[in-house]
Design a protein around this ligand. Structure first.
Ligand code: SF4
Ligand code: SF4
Length: 664
């Protein structure tokens, strides 16, 4: 390696030319900074969420948070975790090429700038040669990725996949995206041409290390100097022009994705924000009326949206032809943030109530936008102003008056008749509180699961007790519909019962109760209680040899992961440990698809052809299995209705029931 190898910048440029360049660069960067400042001003209208410093709060990165942020930036930005896990059909390989190619060029340009404008001169010798070979190669990734994206936009009408129904959308955004891709392609290609012209104008023995530029330099011959000057100024005009438009285009996600990932709230996917009463007294409102009522991070994340449509592709409501389009919700809220109009006026009211809070969109979003937070916060405001009517409003009244979402009071012990079920109020000693839930206590199909769990726990010698009529709805449906303070009442009441009996561990067969108890009850005094889904406790008992796993014919059982277990709480191993040889449908584990019951949808009217459970049943039956294994009473109710339309010979059984049969 030649120790003298290096290169000079600003070859053949006079001082006035250099000054002109600096002037144009200052103009372009200044204009970009002005636009960024205006956007930051919009975000800063939001509710503070970050660490407090000298009486002020920040949503931007701070030194204290750097460690945590690095834990998010590394997987989600640098390693592109979400993009890698999405399906190739969604353009993941193309996006990865563009990201890594672009990142490489940013690193290369930064190193070059440090060498040029600082006293540290390191751009020489072996380092320089490796730099040239490496970045010449990595730049090709960007070139190929951009070419791929342009062809894809040209040949596929991707917009059709996620464009909002019943809404006029100008085609211009698609055209803008296309032209921006072309601009980036031109900048990258011209970068290579510039390198080729430099090599042709001032050849050096080490030029073969810049192998792409070297190959392109051959035909330039004696035109090197002229070509270099033209390519240099062309590059400057393109790059400075790109800086000017960057904050206005959705390509800004290149930078904003770093901030949205780094500053994403450090709370579980299944936890909604607890609204303190003091906040209501101060603001005299509940939930979000204007975009400024969201947190600063939520507002910034709206701007980070890359409009990729991944959220919409996985939305169960969208996939059965409803209006709900999570990508459009983000766009509409961005409009509301900009114009200052009321959030409800910007969103489609009907679509807002179609959300099942399944979190599929949240799981899919590469920039970690929390759609469920923003939808529920908007619902909270509507509910607080009396804007909810119909069967969902009835559910709220029932929960408030009877402690049951189904409005049944005093019958939570009916399922225990003829069984010897220990009750906490009788002073029995217990390790686990068996939380039965509204459906588990009263819905006939779910009662089967409840009885199976009780029988298995008894057989395995687990000391457990139930609360019977002292148990009340966790408040999960109320919270997700938007009735925050009914949820808080239910939670406080239940936690006082836990405290009365010294509850330390809870097991439940309902993933919605499981999620609320595990992730949300901590705000109400239950932070030290360990919460288990019944499949988790049963898995432990099978592992210990206290119970036998079920062994049906291989391939005869397919697993449907409930959203609030498989995705929201990332538990998909425990169910599979209970039944050997189960098959998976196309979408499973964290990428499971919703039955349509969550977010209070269980209590809302729905035309049969618009049930998300229809699509899910099709996916499950496509495996050829005749038994569908479940772990959620809501899924059982919803899928049952769809299965009956398709094939009466299909069994819908909870995993506990399969285990019960195996342990007879
Ligand atoms: S919200 Fe996320 S997933 Fe949806 S379009 Fe925007 S970036 Fe893509
Ligand atoms: S939470 Fe589920 S139903 Fe709601 S917008 Fe997201 S994907 Fe659609």
């Amino acid at each position: 390696m030649n120790p003298n190898a290096t290169r000079s910048e600003y070859l053949f440029f006079s001082l006035p030319e250099k000054l002109l360049f600096y002037f144009l660069a200052a103009l372009s960067l200044g204009y970009m900074a002005k636009q960024v400042w205006e956007r930051v001003g919009l975000w800063m209208q939001g509710r503070p969420t970050g660490p407090v410093r000298a009486g002020r709060q920040y949503c931007m990165p701070t030194v204290e948070g750097l460690k945590k942020w690095w834990g998010k930036v590394l997987p989600f930005v640098l390693l592109q975790k979400k993009v890698r896990s999405s399906r190739p059909r969604s353009g993941a390989p193309m996006h990865l090429m563009m990201f890594f190619g672009f990142a490489a060029l940013v690193v290369a340009t930064t190193l070059l700038a440090i060498n040029t404008y600082s006293p540290f001169k390191f751009h020489q010798g072996a380092y320089y040669l490796i730099y040239e070979a490496l970045f010449d190669t990595l730049g090709l990734l960007l070139l190929i990725g951009l070419g791929w994206a342009i062809i894809r936009r040209w040949t596929e009408n991707k917009k059709q996949l996620t464009a909002s129904r019943g809404r006029f959308e100008p085609i211009s955004q698609e055209k803008v995206d296309f032209y921006v891709l072309c601009l980036l392609l031109l900048i990258t290609a011209n970068g290579y041409l510039l390198e080729a012209a430099r090599i042709a104008a001032q050849p050096q023995p080490w030029d073969t290390w810049s192998w792409v530029g070297y190959l392109l330099s051959r035909p330039l011959g004696t035109f090197g100097v002229v070509a270099y000057k033209i390519a240099w100024w062309f590059h400057v005009v393109l790059v400075l022009g790109f800086f000017c438009v960057l904050p206005k285009l959705r390509i800004r996600h290149i930078l904003l994705a770093i901030f949205s990932s780094a500053g994403a709230p450090d709370v579980p996917m299944g936890k909604l924000r607890t609204i303190p009463m003091e906040e209501v007294e101060q603001t005299e409102q509940i939930g979000v009326k204007f975009a400024r009522d969201y947190s600063r991070w939520h507002l910034m994340s709206l701007d980070a949206c890359m409009e990729c449509g991944r959220c919409t592709e996985v939305c169960p409501a969208w996939n059965v032809g409803k209006l709900l389009n999570p990508k459009q919700i983000v766009q509409d809220l961005r409009g509301s943030m900009q114009s200052g109009t009321e959030v409800v006026a910007s969103l489609n009211d009907e679509a807002l109530w179609q959300c099942t809070t399944c979190n599929a969109c949240v799981e899919a979003c590469p920039v970690l936008i929390r759609h469920v937070d923003i939808i529920v916060d908007a619902r909270r405001n509507i509910v607080s102003e009396g804007g909810l009517s119909g069967s969902a409003a009835l559910m709220l009244r029932q929960t408030a008056s009877t402690g049951s979402a189904w409005g049944q009071s005093g019958n939570r012990e009916d399922w225990m008749r003829d069984l010897d079920i220990p009750l906490a109020r009788n002073g029995v000693e217990f390790e686990y509180l068996f939380w039965v839930g509204c459906a588990g206590a009263t819905d006939p199909g779910s009662v089967k699961t409840t009885k199976a769990v009780a029988e298995l726990l008894t057989k395995a010698g687990v000391k457990f007790a139930c609360l019977g009529n002292e148990e009340a709805c966790t408040g999960d449906p109320a919270r997700r519909v938007g009735e925050e303070f009914l949820f808080q009442e239910q939670a406080s009441q239940n936690v006082s019962v836990f405290q009365r009996y010294g509850v330390r561990k809870i097991v439940t067969a309902c993933p919605h109760c499981f999620n609320s108890l595990k992730n949300e009850y901590g705000d109400f005094g239950a932070e030290s209680i360990e919460v288990f889904h019944h499949t988790q406790l049963l898995q432990t008992l099978v592992t210990k040899g206290a119970l036998l796993a079920a062994t049906p014919e291989r391939g005869s059982v397919v697993m449907h992961d409930p959203c609030y277990l498989g995705r929201v709480n990332d538990e998909s191993d425990a169910p599979r440990a209970l039944v050997e040889g189960m098959v998976n449908p196309e979408f499973h584990s964290q990428k499971t698809r919703c039955c349509g019951a969550g977010g209070g949808r269980m209590w809302m009217e729905e035309p049969p052809h618009e049930r998300p459970s229809n699509a899910r049943v099709d996916q499950l039956l496509a495996t050829g299995a005749k038994t569908i294994a479940l772990g959620c009473p809501f899924c059982k109710i919803m899928l049952d209705a769809s299965v009956k339309q398709v094939d009466e010979g299909i069994n819908l059984v909870d995993l506990a029931e399969l285990l019960q049969d195996a342990n007879k």
